[in-house]
Design a protein around this ligand. Structure first.
Ligand SMILES: [Zn+2]
Length: 271
């Protein structure tokens, strides 16, 4: 495709409104030049980059448990009909991340330190919310020139595309979504966890646990805090959201299956 035709196509892409219905507009309202199909077409390449960059757990029961909890949260989003993939990174730092195309990764260090299932679903819900709200591709739209984004969209410059996707996985490109996106991910994530039947107060106790780690073992949460500043305001916001959600005696705080999952994470760390 010549340059002129590509510019014309991009102008046409620009004219297509983002989000077809009002429910989508709430969750995916940010300006985005990358369609959902284009986003999901990056999955295989991004997963291959993740496998190069990180050591992933091969513990099938652990991955199956993560998938089960993750799928339950994804069912609360408007992208539940898409394929999502969950992976466990063999890293002791307390961290989790989302990549475009429904990819969600959690570190062993997070699993070990999230004391109860509702704390764990708070973080998982937050990462799924980044994906459901499409913060990754919105950020790509903002950060990249139309030329570079064009080569990703059209796939007509494979080496640019590979470099770009490798940069995303290496953490340089999408390491910080910005304050508004984090706030939105907190709000949506707490809602997803509650909708899936988990106690939304887990978000508050998770933040308290993280603050404790920052005092005791600051290096373990350094990466997490660099992309997710934990301010008084953020904790107050989480409390406020959790308080507005209807309480129910059936909300899940913790389960024996989650504690098995944590034990396996601790055993894996010692190996
Ligand atoms: Zn976040």
């Amino acid at each position: 495709m010549n340059g002129e035709a590509r510019s014309l196509l991009l102008i046409l892409v620009l004219l297509v409104p983002v989000g077809g219905c009002s429910a989508l507009a709430v969750e995916q309202g940010g300006f985005n030049l990358i369609s959902l199909d284009e986003e999901w077409s990056m999955r295989d390449e991004l997963m291959a980059q993740v496998e190069e960059e990180y050591e992933l757990s091969q513990d099938a029961p652990m991955v199956a448990y993560l998938e089960r909890i993750g799928t339950r949260l994804v069912a609360q989003t408007t992208l539940a009909n898409r394929t999502w993939t969950f992976g466990i990174v063999r890293d002791e730092a307390v961290n989790a991340f989302n990549l475009p195309g429904g990819l969600v990764y959690v570190n062993l260090g997070l699993i070990k330190n999230a004391e109860t299932l509702d704390q764990f679903t708070a973080v998982l819900g937050h990462e799924i919310a980044h994906g459901a709200a499409r913060h990754g591709t919105q950020l790509m739209t903002r950060q990249m020139g139309i030329g570079l984004l064009g080569s990703v969209l059209m796939g007509d410059n494979p080496s640019d595309r590979e470099k770009l996707l490798a940069g995303i996985v290496a953490g340089g490109t999408l390491s910080s979504y910005g304050r508004d996106a984090e706030r939105e991910a907190d709000r949506l994530g707490i809602g997803f966890a509650h909708g899936a039947g988990f106690d939304p107060d887990g978000a508050v106790t998770m933040f308290e646990m993280l603050l404790g780690l920052r005092q005791g073992r600051p290096s373990s949460v350094e990466r997490f805090f660099s992309s997710h500043p934990l301010t008084e305001e953020r904790i107050a916001h989480a409390k406020q959201i959790a308080a507005t959600l209807p309480d129910s005696p059936t909300l899940i705080h913790d389960t024996p299956a989650y504690q098995d999952f944590r034990r396996r994470a601790s055993a894996a760390s010692r190996n």
